[in-house]
Design a protein around this ligand. Structure first.
Ligand code: GLN
Length: 547
């Protein structure tokens, strides 16, 4: 029998509900339980793939090609699992499924309603995760906060699910926020009380309240929340903002949350938790270390959530090399306008992450040129790899005509072009080349060396793109020093390219950042950061002082 933990939010969003859910999952996994986790997103889009990163932050991609909420990234990094398409459900998906069935005549004669048709479909999706994963515990997080109109069917489905599986098999966690009133210097519990009341009006009562706050929460306050919200004092979990994201599972552990959950759900741990590696990780993050500076050249830099996994992957790699990475957020449009160049010149490494559309492209190309000409380590991710190839072609052919047809449809030198299988596709949603595809490494290249596998091994990496390197330019560019260090096993598609004779200038058509884990950095990120450190140490004999 699978047990369910339902996680709702109260008061305000963006208080780390996703991280809390992920960390809670980790505390259960540490006890030998099989854990899976699902996010229910109440928006009407079928997936976030068509949303602007400004709206939504990063689009996270899973092995099976699902384009997901960035919380799925937190889930995978904290719990160290590979999730599947079932794990991110949106209102858009639920309605298209139900409407599709209605058109087929599956409900012939009936009136289709939110209850039971929509709620049944939501419940079916929850059960699907349990069935496909075979998990002992499925955590189900609903996006937004209680009281939002669009989350109501999801909350109602949770309420029904509790009855369907039996109360002893379902547990509700409510994550709230305690605002701090500066004038009186106190934390307030009233919004938490109100949001719990809102939850109760929907027939749900929390078993555990995670009270997020920027300030320490006193025992009195904890008692007060327990009293007004009708939970035990131990079930009120104060969660003070931490500067180290990966500390959250340890903070939950200190408060014995997992034991509380196990007791309440009648589960037994098959082993004692071993936090030694996490503790070491958090200590290593806190330990003063020499810093390295890396520029992230993108067009959504105002919203750093847009590059969540890239940022985390850089941190993981730096940590493994006992460094702290400082990211300079450089707007590619600024570079076009002659601004931010001082910022770019001050770094020892440049990352050009993924992206779409022509805005800021020339700024990214200029950043790649700066990296190539000045031997600055460069890592190009998807679009960043395409940019690197375009820049290299401009240099090799001695003309700025080289481009990607994404930005200049009629370019004379289409170094990057639409993939043939993409030409007949009209819909934009969910139609890219998505998810895990194999890449065969070329022996003797930087990429091959970084992965450190038997020479010429095949690696599996996650993709999200429509355009690819145009094979008619392979020979002429290879002759000028562009190395194709990874390709699809059939040899048709360039997966990794690198610039010969440069300390580290490498681009991947895939997104290695999605597979990086805190304790297991991605080899390409690690090789990049190693090159950044080498440059730092070559220019500064002290290797950058600690702090
Ligand atoms: N826009 C490019 C393409 O579709 C790159 C996509 C990306 O960076 N994810 O191929």
């Amino acid at each position: 029998m699978t047990k369910y933990i339902f996680i709702t939010g109260g008061v305000v969003s963006s208080v780390g509900k996703g991280v809390t859910a992920a960390a809670m999952g980790r505390t259960l996994k540490e006890r030998g339980l099989k854990v899976s986790i699902q996010k229910l997103d109440p928006y009407i889009n079928v997936d976030p793939g068509t949303m602007s990163p400004y709206q939504h932050g990063e689009v996270f991609v899973l092995d099976d090609g699902a384009e997901c909420d960035l919380d799925l990234g937190h889930y995978e990094r904290f719990i160290d699992v590979s999730l599947s398409r079932d794990c991110n459900v949106t209102t858009g998906q639920i309605y298209s499924e139900v409407i599709g069935k209605e058109r087929r005549g599956d409900y012939l004669g009936g009136t289709i309603q939110v209850i039971p048709h929509i709620t049944n479909e939501i419940k079916r999706r929850m059960a699907l995760v349990a069935r496909h994963s075979g998990a002992d515990v499925v955590l189900v997080e609903v996006g937004g906060t209680v009281g939002d109109i669009e989350s109501q069917p999801f909350l109602e489905a949770m309420r029904q699910m509790r009855t369907d599986v039996g109360r002893e098999n379902a547990l509700f966690v409510h994550v709230t926020w305690l605002p701090f009133i500066g004038a009186t210097g106190e934390l307030k519990t009233k919004p938490t009380q109100h949001s719990v009341r809102e939850l109760r009006s929907l027939g749900l009562s929390p078993d555990i309240i995670v009270a997020r706050s920027d300030h320490p929460v006193s025992a009195d306050l904890r008692q007060k929340i327990a009293l007004f919200c009708d939970v035990t004092e131990q079930a009120v979990i104060p969660m003070v903002t931490t500067d180290v994201l990966y500390e959250v599972p340890l903070l939950l552990e200190q408060q014995r949350v997992a034991d509380l959950i196990l007791g309440r759900l009648g589960l037994t741990a098959s082993r004692a938790p071993d936090w030694s590696r996490w503790q070491a990780l958090v200590e290593e993050v806190r330990r003063p270390k020499a810093k390295v500076r890396v520029a992230m050249v993108g067009k959504y830099v105002e919203l750093q959530d847009a590059y969540m996994s890239v940022r985390e992957a850089l941190k993981h790699a730096a940590l493994a090399l006992s460094r702290e990475v400082e990211i300079e957020w450089v707007h590619s449009v600024d570079l076009e306008k002659g601004r931010a160049w001082e910022q770019l010149r001050g770094v020892d490494g440049i990352v050009v992450p993924g992206g779409f559309g022509s805005r800021g492209i020339e700024g990214k190309i200029a950043a790649a040129r700066h990296a190539r000409e000045n031997a600055v380590p460069y890592l190009g991710l998807c679009l960043g790899m395409q940019i690197m190839c375009v820049e290299f072609a401009r240099y090799a052919f001695g003309t700025d005509d080289a481009n990607s047809t994404e930005f200049d449809r009629g370019t004379r030198l289409p170094v990057i072009d639409l993939m043939p299988e993409q030409r007949s596709i009209a819909d934009l949603g969910g139609t890219m080349r998505l998810g895990l595809y194999p890449c065969q490494l070329t022996p003797g290249t930087k990429a091959d060396e970084a992965y450190d596998l038997p020479a010429g091994a095949i690696v599996q990496e996650r993709h999200r793109h429509r355009f690819e390197f145009n094979n008619i330019y392979r020979e002429p560019l290879a002759a000028k020093g562009l190395v194709f260090s990874g390709q699809s096993p059939d040899g048709r598609l360039v997966e990794i390219a690198e610039v010969a004779g440069h300390p580290f200038m490498l681009g991947t058509q895939f997104h290695p950042e999605f597979l990086s884990r805190p304790n297991r950095p991605h080899p390409l990120f690690q090789a990049f950061v190693a090159a950044v450190i080498a440059r730092r140490e070559a220019t500064d004999p002290n290797g950058g002082e600690a702090h």
